[in-house]
Design a protein around this ligand. Structure first.
Ligand code: SAH
Length: 232
């Protein structure tokens, strides 16, 4: 069974977006994963097909209606569908490589893209949506976040990346940022490739890369070093 992604959105035309290109695009064509982008508005029930309404208690913006969203969720994810249901949300737990890996090991995912001020809390609770954030900034909608999450998951699916080894040495896989890369020419604008990388001594090369990784991580992401990283 291939990985099945269902996305609930007011902008289904944003999908598959960039996922149609490159590795994920070829994997989609091969059927290594599948994508359905479902229009939430199709589940609206009033004359105007409204999906949002003013916030209870007042204030700015509009709120995605619980009844409409729940109907859409029930349609793509009926009882017996064991895929996790995630709501892309700046209030969610930050997405991590560990979470991405665990999603890639599953049978798929149901992603809900918010819009406006957000989603009626009762839909989040009533349909057990797990909120996931892609970072501490505010997007205008959940669609780019869903594309980011799917991109990260799909590259880990079996057979998607030609060279499986390269998936393992990436930043975060071992809790460290990746070491710097170089390729020919040996000298470019007076800058040489570090000597050790040309030595052919793999023990030394590994040690150098490890040291560079540790230095970079300490400089740029002390939170990873101190083990305070938020894990899902
Ligand atoms: N009023 C909300 C922000 C709404 S932004 C708040 O302050 O928390 C509109 C939608 O964009 C959200 O419902 C969510 O689906 C999406 N979104 C915005 N920022 C995001 C982020 N950092 N990660 C994931 N989704 C995000």
């Amino acid at each position: 069974m291939s990985f099945r992604a269902s996305v609930l959105t007011l902008y289904p035309q944003m999908f598959p977006g960039h996922l149609e290109q490159s590795l994920s695009g070829r994997a989609l064509e091969r059927g290594d994963w599948s994508l359905e982008a479902v229009q939430i508005r199709d589940f609206a029930h009033d004359r105007h097909s409204s999906v949002d309404d003013t916030p209870a208690g007042g204030g700015a913006g509009m709120v995605l209606k619980a009844d409409v969203l729940a109907k859409a969720i029930d349609h793509v994810s009926p009882p017996g569908d064991n895929r996790p249901r995630l709501l892309l949300s700046p209030r969610g737990k930050p997405l991590t490589q560990a979470k991405v890996r665990s999603l890639a090991e599953g049978e798929g995912v149901v992603l809900v893209c918010g819009r406006f001020e957000g989603v009626d809390q009762r839909a989040i609770e009533g349909r057990a949506l797990e909120e996931v954030s892609i970072g501490d900034y505010i997007l205008s909608g959940g669609e780019p976040a869903a594309l980011v999450l799917l991109d990260a998951v799909i590259r880990l699916l079996p057979g998607v990346m030609g060279n499986d080894q390269s998936g393992l040495s990436e930043s975060f896989e071992d809790g460290l940022l990746e070491y710097p890369h170089y390729t020919r020419p040996q000298i470019w604008e007076d800058r040489a490739i570090p000597e050790v990388l040309l030595s052919g001594n793999h023990k030394k090369i590994d040690a150098w890369r490890r040291a560079e990784s540790e230095k970079l991580t300490a400089e740029r992401r002390p939170d990873l070093v101190s083990g305070k990283k938020t894990q899902l």
